[in-house]
Design a protein around this ligand. Sequence first.
Ligand code: NAP
Length: 270
Amino acid sequence: MTESNGKIRVVVVGAKGRMGREVVKTVLNDPQLELAGAVDRTLHQVDVGSVLGLGDIGVPFANRLGECLVQSNADVMIDFTNPAAVRDNVYTALEYGVRPVVGTTGMSQDDLLAWDRILREKGIGGIVAPNFAIGAILMMKFAAMAARYLPHVEIIELHHDQKLDAPSGTALKTAEMIAAERQSVRQGHPDEEEKLAGARGADFDGMRIHSVRLPGYVAHQEVIFGGVGQTLTIRHDSISRESFMPGVALAAKKVMELTGLVYGLEHLMF
Ligand code: NAP
C-alpha cells in the first residue's frame, strides 16, 4: 500500500480481454483496491473506462508493462492474458518488485518453482490460481476426499472454444489433488484399444481427463467416480466470469501478506 489513501495499487494486464475487463470492474468497485494502471498491447493513452463502456475513469491504457508498473507505483499485478505472454509479464513484475496475481493458465511447473525462488529472495508474495471460483475450489476439495474411497475417476472439463490450453489448469490441479489422496490405479480394461487416437482422453497417473471445447460454455467440470454398483458425480459450473471475481479480489489483498508463491486459491481459504 504505497499511496497515502491506504489502498492496494493494482495494475491489470490483459485488461481488454474477457477476464481482464471483469477484473477492472472488480478493482474499481472494491474499496480496498485502486486501479493504478491497465495494459493492452494495442491501446495506448486511451481511457480504460471508455474502452470498457464504463465512461471515463481517468486511467489510461499503457502498452508497456514495465513502464506502467513504475509510473503507477503498483503493489500488485493481476494477469489474465495467455500462456505465451504470462511468463514475460511475471518476470517483469518480479524485476520491479510488484506482486503477481496470476489467473492465466498453462504455465510450467519449472516457472512456478523459479517464481517462488525469486519472490522469496525479494521477500514478497505471489499467487497463481488455476481457478478463482470458490465453488470450483470446493469441487476439487470434495473430489480429493472422494478419491480416498472411490479411486476410479475420470475428469471431464468443458470450456468455451476460444480457450488455448488443454486440459484446463483446473483439471490438472484436480488430478494432482486426487493423485495425492489415492494410490495410482490403472483404469479401464488392461486390453482396451483406442480405435481413434485420443478417444480415452489424456492420462494423468492412470486417470483420464477429457477436454470439451464448444461455443456457449464458460468453464465447467465434472469429476466422475465409479465403484461397484454406484457412481458419484461432482460438478461445478461457472456460468459467468463474475464467478471468479471474489477470489481475484481476495488474492489481490492476501498477496500483500505473503512471502513466496502460493499455488491455488484453496491455500487462502482453508
Ligand atoms: P482473452 O479474452 O483472450 O483475453 C486475453 C487478453 O490478454 C487479451 O486482451 C489479449 O490482447 C491480452 N494479451 C495477450 N498477450 C498480451 C501481452 N503480451 N501483454 C498484454 N496483454 C496481452 O482471454 P480470457 O478468456 O480473458 O482468458 C485469459 C486467461 O485466463 C486464459 O489463460 C484463461 O485460461 C484464464 N482463465 C483463468 C481463470 C481462473 O480462474 N484462473 C478463469 C477464466 C480464465 P489481444 O486481444 O491484443 O491479444
